[in-house]
Design a protein around this ligand. Structure first.
Ligand code: TLP
Length: 344
């Protein structure tokens, strides 16, 4: 029985063609700035986002943490949505590595309004932390793979600019938003001082993320990358996978989105679960489990060879990706129906 792994788009394995590109990569010592493949990936990523420079880093977490460290000084405050990745899933790194605190705001499916941000900015008084940075997430993971509407980004960027705040985009899945909306990466990116994106999610590379911004910003981030232990040597082997992914795996994200819709539509009628297919915007389906703990359902389905992620007591997340075909979606739905039918 083939295991259908819908826990995350991080589980993809490099394709034979990607492995070939990795094997053939020209490499050098990137800590000396001498890896031609890393340099090519950085230049390509900066151009794609319309930024002056970009830095290759091991993970999306490091990209976000570097951005936060680079934009702030200890004691500063960062405005962020309450279900965002840096606040919830980065091991408390922001407190530990940057010595800054978060001011969290409740979003609607992860989406914030400019008025909420405006109201959260601290007055200039020595009692308060200094508000320095706003972080947004597009697509928003816990928001359900939701797309941050460009007009709302524009309004928020206006507030940030007027109030002298930096603006960072956690674009771990930015290309999913781009493919779903037809908006170019640079069109999103130009409203932000820094943007990160991941190669190791929907794009299917085994490792790596990019952080992009002005040349001065990336120069400062480079120093913190070293400090955080993220300087890699012959990293061109990994960067080659990234270049391959940018060439071959962006347009196909549309397939993942179609599969997510199929999955949501298929699950919508099942007893014991609640799904809103109309809320599926990209490659994620969040399922509310109504008649048992979500972890119990995930455990039971694992035995049927369908891996899902319980993200809360009553919530399961399913993510479609490169290693899941349309036939796999039908197969997963059949196995889930069968199990629910037997479980009564
Ligand atoms: N997200 C992972 C888990 O950590 C939850 C996943 O399976 O979705 N930003 C966003 C929006 C993310 O979803 C993630 C990873 C990251 C940053 C961090 O990327 P990595 O895992 O490369 O550090």
């Amino acid at each position: 029985m083939k295991v259908i792994d819908l826990r995350s788009d991080t589980v993809t394995r490099p394709t034979p063609a990607m492995r070939q590109a990795m094997a053939e990569a020209e490499v050098g010592d990137d800590v000396f700035g001498e890896d031609p493949t890393v340099n090519a990936l950085q230049a390509r990523s900066a151009a794609l986002l319309g930024k002056e420079a970009a830095l290759f880093v091991p993970s999306g977490t490091m990209a976000n943490q570097l951005a936060i460290r680079t934009h702030t000084e200890p004691g500063d405050e960062v405005i962020i949505e309450g279900s965002s990745h840096p606040f919830n899933y980065e091991g408390g790194a922001t407190a530990a590595l940057s010595g800054v605190q978060f001011f969290t705001l409740p979003g609607r499916r992860g989406i914030l309004e400019a008025s909420q941000i405006e109201a959260a900015i601290r007055p200039p008084d020595h009692h308060y932390p200094r508000t320095r940075l706003v972080c947004l997430e597009n697509t928003h993971n816990r928001g359900g793979g939701s797309i941050f509407p460009l007009e709302k980004i524009l309004e928020i960027a206006g507030v940030a600019r007027d109030r002298g705040l930096a603006l960072h985009l956690d674009g771990a899945r930015l290309f999913n938003a781009c493919v779903a909306t037809g908006i170019k990466p640079a069109e999103y990116a130009r409203h932000f001082d820094s943007v990160s994106f991941c190669l190791s999610k929907g794009l299917g590379a085994p490792v790596g993320s990019l952080l992009a911004g002005s040349a001065a910003f990336i120069d400062r981030a480079h120093r913190f990358r070293k400090m955080f232990g993220g300087g890699m040597r012959q990293a061109g082997i990994l960067a080659a996978a990234g270049l391959y992914a940018l060439d071959h795996h962006i347009e196909r994200l549309e397939e993942d989105h179609r599969h997510a819709r199929l999955l949501a539509q298929g699950l919508a009628g099942f007893p014991g679960v609640e799904v809103k297919p109309e809320e599926v915007e990209t490659n994620m389906v969040f399922v509310r489990v109504t008649d048992r703990p979500a972890a119990e359902l995930a455990r039971a389905l694992r035995e049927q060879g369908v891996l899902l992620l319980a993200t809360a007591r009553d919530t399961i997340r399913c993510v479609t990706h490169l290693d899941v075909s349309e036939a796999d979606i039908h197969d997963a739905l059949a196995r889930i129906t069968e199990w629910l039918h037997h479980a009564g």
